[in-house]
Design a protein. Structure first.
Length: 191
């Protein structure tokens, strides 16, 4: 099946836009407007997959016959899901939790057309932070960078300096497993 319509990215994330643009994929942004609410005891992978699929379906229902790509990133450290921090205290707590530890970043993506999921997957990367001093956490939080990012850091920004090792895709940690997404788009004739 070949789809001739331009891809819709169901995400307001500037990082996802950057990764798709870097891959030379034409797209239009249409946000889903869905609230990201985790179900009680929902595992990180399940949460990311559900949110990616729900976002893709919501936008696909409004734009049938257009391919829709959605994604969701979840950070988990020692069994705790670290979402976007609500304030500076929450960001401080999260970064303290990540300091000197290895955590998991799960980014799930979903492709939909005609309000049906045609491809979905969750990609896992393991990220190790070096030990962080309290003053460098405070300085980082003062930049404002942590506040729209799961786990309160961005690998592509200042927060990347906290990372001592990445096992897996760096793009995945940034918010989109680009290689896996491109493969799915090709499989379905979207690019």
């Amino acid at each position: 099946m070949t789809i001739a319509w331009k891809l819709i990215l169901a995400s307001g994330s500037p990082r996802r836009r950057e990764l798709l643009a870097r891959a030379h994929i034409e797209f239009e942004v249409v946000q889903s407007g869905l609230d990201e609410i985790r179900h009680p005891d929902e595992a990180a992978r399940d949460y990311a997959l559900r949110m990616a699929q729900d976002k893709a379906l919501a936008v696909s229902a409004r734009h049938p016959q257009r391919p829709v790509l959605a994604a969701d990133t979840v950070v988990e450290c020692e069994g705790e899901i670290l979402e976007k921090p609500v304030d500076a205290n929450d960001a401080t707590r999260m970064l303290g939790t990540l300091s000197g530890r290895t955590h998991t970043v799960v980014t799930a993506f979903a492709l939909a057309t005609d309000a049906k999921i045609i491809a979905t997957d969750a990609v896992i990367s393991r990220v190790t932070f070096r030990a962080l001093a309290a003053d460098e956490i405070a300085t980082y939080i003062a930049t404002g960078e942590p506040f729209d990012k799961a786990g309160a850091y961005g690998i592509q920004g200042i927060g990347g300096g906290f990372i001592s090792n990445v096992d897996g895709s760096r793009d995945n940690v940034m918010g989109l497993p680009t290689d896996d997404v491109i493969a799915a788009l090709r499989r379905h004739g979207i690019i």
